[in-house]
Write a protein that binds this ligand. Structure first.
Ligand SMILES: Nc1ncnc2c1ncn2[C@@H]1O[C@H](COP(=O)(O)OP(=O)(O)O)[C@@H](O)[C@H]1O
Ligand SMILES: [Mg+2]
Length: 217
């Protein structure tokens, strides 16, 4: 076993000559819940993309669940982004991502993501197409489809990028309920503008000037 589920040591990352992460270090033990706040444009989504194995740092090691090779990191994490990040495919394909996952598992994930009633009422059920960028489903439904996908993947590290920021309050609550089922027992890095939605299990960090610092509570 590895001591840290997330282990970034003095990493740096630039887009061209625009440095976004500058000697940033972050560690999370398995099962630890970390909340990240910070101004728009400070690099929170970039950090999550590195944690998700989508980008490699220019400098410094990024070791996620003991892996440092991007393809292997991707198998260890689930990333739930802001809405409008679905594929223009069926609900089923958006949840399984083409992996051979049984209908039983898909429906169980839908149940935990509070999607079942809605999907059962659709004429085409799980085969309903979500449209370009998910424009045939509501923001809350799109978020819960992403959560159902993450529940099926059952990765040890969950990355959340402002998952409720674009939702109205009622929808936000149902998504938060689904998120709680997803994050229990997992290592979680949750970027949010709504710190009040994070429970006591979270340690809060602030991103600023390309680095991340723990916020004393
Ligand atoms: N693909 C990209 N190419 C060039 N610059 C980018 C790209 N993505 C983000 N940026 C820039 O990097 C900085 C950090 O962006 P981002 O990580 O999205 O911040 P946050 O999520 O905190 O709002 C911003 O100045 C943004 O404009
Ligand atoms: Mg962002």
């Amino acid at each position: 076993m590895f001591p840290y589920a997330v282990d970034l040591e003095n990493i740096s990352f630039s887009y061209g000559n625009h440095m976004v992460l500058n000697n940033l270090s972050l560690r999370a033990k398995p099962g630890e819940h970390i909340g990240i706040v910070g101004d728009s444009g400070c690099g929170k989504s970039t950090l999550l993309k590195i944690l998700a194995g989508l980008y490699a740092p220019d400098q410094g090691p990024a070791i996620i669940a003991g892996e440092h090779i991007l393809e292997k990191i991707r198998k260890q994490v689930s990333l739930v982004m802001q809405n409008n990040s679905l594929f223009p495919l069926s609900i089923r394909d958006n949840i399984t991502c083409g992996h051979p996952i049984s209908d039983e598992t898909v429906w169980k994930a839908c149940q935990n993501a509070s999607l079942t009633e809605w999907i059962k009422d659709l004429p085409n059920g799980l085969d309903t197409n979500v449209g370009e960028r998910g424009n045939q489903v509501s923001g809350g439904q799109a978020q819960r489809i992403q959560i159902a996908r993450a529940l099926c993947k059952d990765a040890p590290v969950i990355l959340l990028d402002e998952p409720i920021s674009a939702l109205d309050q009622d929808t936000g609550h149902s998504v938060l309920d689904a998120l709680r089922k997803l994050t229990g027992g997992k290592t979680v890095i949750h970027v949010t503008h709504h710190q009040e939605t994070l429970d006591d299990s979270y340690t809060i960090y602030r991103m600023e000037g390309g680095r991340i610092i723990r916020v004393c509570s």
